[in-house]
Design a protein around this ligand. Structure first.
Ligand code: ADP
Length: 281
């Protein structure tokens, strides 16, 4: 009688344990599959430019008595080498944002500087397409330190915003406008800084919208490669935003354009200072 009672008491627990184990196993399998996919993707992405470089170097050797052809092949080698460099750099960036705790050296980061840096990074590309970049940064009245500040890792935040602006320029036709705006908004958990990057580019379909934040996902691989895209930019953005306790969202209409919006915690500059120097505010 007692044994039965015990097993009756243990049984539900036992089955829950089994269930947990099964769940754990499928989780481990899923992570393993994602890792395997990632390695396969990286290998494939590396193989393309390396293969091209190898062919082009052969072509250069064969054409050694035709200076024009050598010039042409060398030019293409340079493009492939740049592609390879971009890819390796983005892989390093991605692994950094996935592994480092960005808040270890978090500080108030001036939004104006982040925006200026992102614009600078794309200035050349935008210039060649005659794309106008327009910025609008709200200057909230009463702030102790002038301007908006987000709380976080400067390098990571710059990388995230830079990627969004770069995409806006890359996926827009000539003679269009890219807008970058920043404002402070109130949320239940505290003040947030909202950064929005708007373009008048090709747009993204609803189906693709769900997947563009995945590593190596591209709507149009040929177009992405042509612009030097690695398919990692938005994965980096997503990680940075998540580890800062923020969020990223996208609005888009095909053929009309897209808006990517980041919401990040505001650096409590005014409040921190008020706490340290009571009576200042
Ligand atoms: P990539 O290096 O290819 O730009 P991302 O991760 O930055 O990779 O973006 C993933 C894909 O999302 C891109 O290949 C592109 O198809 C699409 N995409 C990103 N930003 C935009 C945008 N502003 N307008 C249209 N499509 C975009």
């Amino acid at each position: 009688g007692e044994a039965l009672a015990v097993s009756a008491r243990v049984a539900p627990l036992g089955s829950r344990l089994v269930l947990l184990l099964v769940e754990d196993l499928t989780d481990a399998r899923r992570i393993e599959a994602v890792r395997r996919d990632f390695v396969a993707n990286v290998s494939h992405e590396l193989k393309t430019p390396v293969g091209a470089l190898s062919l082009l170097s052969e072509a250069v050797m064969d054409a050694s008595d035709e200076p024009d052809a050598v010039q042409r092949f060398a030019g293409r080698m340079q493009i492939e080498a740049t592609r390879l460099t971009n890819l390796v750099q983005e892989l390093i960036d991605l692994s950094r944002v996935q592994n480092d705790d960005p808040l270890e050296d978090a500080e108030p980061v001036r939004v104006e500087e982040l925006v200026a840096e992102a614009v600078d990074r794309c200035r050349h590309q935008a210039g060649t397409k005659q794309i106008v970049m327009a910025t609008a940064i709200q200057d909230p009245p009463g702030a102790v330190r002038a301007g908006l500040h987000v709380w976080g890792n400067r390098g990571q935040l710059a990388a995230a915003l830079g990627n969004l602006v770069e995409n806006a320029v890359n996926y827009s036709p000539a003679h269009t406008r890219v807008g970058i705006s920043a404002r402070r908004i109130s949320a239940p958990g505290g003040e947030l800084i909202e950064l929005a990057v708007t373009d008048q580019g090709i747009g993204i379909s609803d189906k693709d919208k769900e997947r563009i934040f995945e590593r190596f996902y591209r709507v149009d691989p040929a177009r992405s490669r042509a612009t030097g895209g690695t398919g990692l930019g938005l994965a980096i953005v997503k990680h940075v935003v998540a580890s800062h306790g923020g969020e990223v969202s996208v609005w888009s209409a095909e053929g009309q354009g897209s808006t990517f919006t980041l919401r990040l915690p505001e650096a409590g500059v005014a409040r921190d200072r008020a706490a340290r120097h009571p009576g200042l505010d």
